[in-house]
Design a protein around this ligand. Structure first.
Ligand code: COA
Length: 138
C-alpha cells in the first residue's frame, strides 16, 4: 500500500484490520470502545508495503481485546520492520445495538496463553479505570 505522506501512521489501517478480527470472532457487528497502548516504534516511508495483522487476545462477556501489529516492508530489499502495535477493545452488538455475548477465547499454545494472560491483566486495569472514571471506584 503506497502511503501519501512522509511519515504516515499505520494505525488507521491497523484499527480496520482489528475490527475484522473482532467481527470474525463475534459473528456480529462490533464497535470500538477503547484503543490503548499505541506504540509507534518506527516511521513508515512512502512506497513501503504495509501489512497489519490482528488477533483476538481475550474475550470477556461482550467485549474483545484485539492486538494489532503493523509491519512495513521495503519491497526492493525485502527488509521488514515492526512499526506499530496497539490494543483495541470492541463490543459485539445485537440487532438492537445492545452489547451481546461472544464466544470465549480458549488459548491452547504457550504463545496464545501468554497473550491471553497479559490481555486479561490489561482488561482488569481497564475495568478498574472505567469504574473510577464513572465515580464507582473504591
Ligand atoms: C458499546 C456500548 C454500546 C457499550 O455500552 P455500555 O453501557 O458501556 O455497556 P456495558 O457497560 O455493558 O459494557 C459492555 C462491555 O464493554 C466493556 N467496555 C465498555 N466500555 C469500555 C471501555 N471504555 N474500555 C474497555 N471496555 C469497555 C465492558 O467492560 C463490557 O465488557 P464485558 O461484557 O466483556 O464484561 C457503548 O459504550 C457505546 O455505544 N459506545 C460508543 C461506541 C462507538 O461509538 N464507537 C465508535 C468509536 S469510533
Amino acid at each position: 500500500m503506497a502511503k501519501p505522506s512522509k511519515y504516515p501512521s499505520g494505525c488507521p489501517l491497523g484499527i480496520r484490520v482489528a475490527a475484522v478480527a473482532a467481527i470474525r470472532h463475534a459473528h456480529r457487528e462490533c464497535v470500538t470502545v477503547s484503543v490503548d497502548k499505541v506504540d509507534f516504534r518506527e516511521p513508515i516511508h512512502v512506497g513501503e508495503l504495509v501489512t497489519a495483522m490482528a488477533r483476538v487476545n481475550f474475550a470477556g462477556r461482550t467485549s474483545m481485546e484485539v492486538g494489532v501489529k503493523v509491519l512495513a516492508e521495503n519491497v526492493l530489499t525485502g527488509d521488514k520492520r515492526h512499526t506499530n502495535s496497539c490494543y483495541v477493545t470492541y463490543v459485539a452488538l445485537d440487532a438492537n445495538g445492545r452489547p451481546t455475548a461472544v464466544e470465549p477465547i480458549v488459548p491452547e499454545t504457550p504463545d496464545e496463553k501468554r497473550r491471553y494472560d497479559r490481555a486479561a491483566k490489561r482488561r482488569a486495569n481497564r475495568v478498574m479505570e472505567r469504574r473510577y472514571d464513572q465515580g464507582r471506584g473504591e
